[in-house]
Write a protein that binds this ligand. Structure first.
Ligand SMILES: CC(=O)N[C@H]1[C@@H](OP(=O)(O)OP(=O)(O)OC[C@H]2O[C@@H](n3ccc(=O)[nH]c3=O)[C@H](O)[C@@H]2O)O[C@H](CO)[C@@H](O)[C@@H]1O
Ligand SMILES: C=C(OP(=O)(O)O)C(=O)O
Length: 428
């Protein structure tokens, strides 16, 4: 059974909402527990999300005992681990590839069915594999699965052709038990990587330079039990800020790390909405605001995050004038555009650029979420649109937003999740 969300648009959202722990930080930290041997990792502020449950199931299959109670997770890792990852779980979630590095480091071998692409792009893992080979692993592709093995990993210099988030994380984890020093150059600088590095440091790893683009990891022999806290989800926070702005409401988002959302805040302010910041909260006030179009380009952190691009595209459909949105991270992250056009948006796609001409109002329609953030963007558009919108494919949204319906309802959104016989794809 699928599910859909019915949205009666038009209510300006108002009130406070608290951000969950970051999905994209929790996933690699959970994978990092595999580096422990006969020890436990306790993680605080783990969001309750489908992707987290998938990662927990994957670790269970590898032999880890996982207890996820409320927002805490305790992972008890046995002396020996299974090193073959099941296709059913890996194909469900690309982030499953993050177990490759730690499994190789701990067990000297790993088998991972190639995760494949998704609606936003082809998403190869060649950079992950190149890094592992440089560390001394033998990597083969057999019957659609990566088979990696290494008697011993050796520290080395690894230059990433692109600052890939996943490749940086996988290589960092693989390098933990390598002999000598590993240096990752052109490493990704996302805050989620810093959170993973903090977890590894707390376990006893020696890591320097995280956040600078050049990461140094000194190999070690064994790690310790520890407890780590997940950072607030900057993308969830940004999504609720846009919810306030697009409905011309006033929303306070609590539990944010301001320096992680600089790019999002700067672009929101540029549209003309009022943004007030406190130590760990942001209030977006768009009441009586004449919002104007802005141009933006997605970039690796600290640039504007690709994971906020669909939500901003929705916002800019009803901002005055023309906005130019350039997506440089994923090759096909514009599937929400055709859905927004069904709602009356005026958007022209030219390759990786969307040219958005603001319209006064969006109109409710039946639309389909094709991925997580596209789904969030359509819900935001529905909240601002006249009449009723139905968003199909809520499964995508559940991957990344905890309690989305209730958080929106608490802000005054007229939304309701309902079971659906279909995912919406048969409609158009
Ligand atoms: C679970 C998680 O943290 N997901 C995030 C992570 O995804 P993910 O780790 O997959 O993103 P990457 O930074 O690796 O990918 C960015 C680009 O590099 C390409 N690439 C990546 C690896 C590789 O080996 N070869 C290659 O060509 C990808 O296809 C993509 O076009 O960072 C993205 C970019 O901020 C975010 O949108 C995702 O939400
Ligand atoms: C693209 C995303 O996640 P993933 O990399 O897990 O697909 C996202 O969180 O927006």
């Amino acid at each position: 059974m699928y599910s859909k969300m019915l949205i009666k648009g038009g209510n300006p959202l108002s009130g406070e909402v608290t951000t969950q722990g970051a999905k994209n930080a929790a996933l690699p930290v959970i994978a990092a527990s595999l580096l422990l041997k006969g020890k436990r990792l306790k993680i605080k502020d783990v969001p309750k999300l489908e992707d987290i449950y998938t990662m927990a199931d994957l670790l269970r299959q590898l032999g880890v005992e996982v207890n996820h109670v409320d927002h805490s997770m305790i992972l008890s890792v046995p002396e020996d681990l299974c090193w073959e990852t099941p296709k059913a779980l890996v194909s469900k979630m690309r982030a499953s590839s993050l177990v490759l590095g730690p499994l190789l480091a701990r067990m000297g071998k790993a088998v991972l069915p190639l995760p494949g692409g998704c609606a936003i792009g082809s998403r190869p893992i060649d950079l992950h594999l190149k890094g592992l080979v440089k560390l001394g692993a033998e990597v083969e592709l057999l019957h659609g699965a990566v088979h990696a093995k290494a008697k011993e990993l050796r520290g080395t210099r690894i230059y990433l052709d692109f600052p890939s988030v996943g490749a940086t994380e996988n290589i960092m984890m693989a390098a933990v038990f390598a002999k000598g020093e590993t240096v990752i150059e052109n490493a990704a600088r996302e805050p989620e990587i810093t959170n993973l590095a903090e977890a590894l440091k707390l376990m006893g790893c020696n890591i320097e330079g995280v956040g600078t683009g050049i990461i140094h990891i000194e190999g070690t022999d064994s790690l310790e039990e520890t407890e780590v806290k997940i950072i607030p989800d900057r993308i969830e926070a940004g999504t609720y800020m846009v919810a306030g702005a697009i409905t011309r409401g006033k929303v306070k988002v609590k539990n944010v790390t301001l320096e992680h959302i600089d790019a999002t805040l700067a672009k929101l302010e540029e549209t003309g909405v009022t943004v007030e910041v406190e130590k760990d909260a942001v209030t977006v006030d768009a009441r009586d605001c004449k919002m104007k179009g802005v141009s933006l380009k997605t970039l690796p952190y600290p640039g504007f995050p690709t994971d906020m691009q669909p939500q901003f595209t929705a916002l800019l459909t009803i901002a005055e004038g023309t906005s130019v949105i350039k997506e440089t991270i994923f090759e096909s992250r514009f599937l929400h555009v055709s859905e927004l056009k069904r709602m009356g948006a005026d958007i022209e796609l030219q390759g990786n650029t969307a040219i958005v001409n603001g319209v006064p109002k969006l109109k409710g329609a039946e639309v389909r979420a094709t991925d997580l953030r596209a789904g969030a963007a359509l819900v935001l558009a529905g909240l601002a649109a006249e009449d009723e919108t139905v968003v199909y494919g809520l499964g995508h949204i559940r991957r990344g937003y905890e309690d989305f319906q209730n958080k929106l309802k608490a802000l005054g959104g007229d939304v309701e999740e309902l079971p659906s016989e279909e995912d919406g794809s048969a409609k158009w």
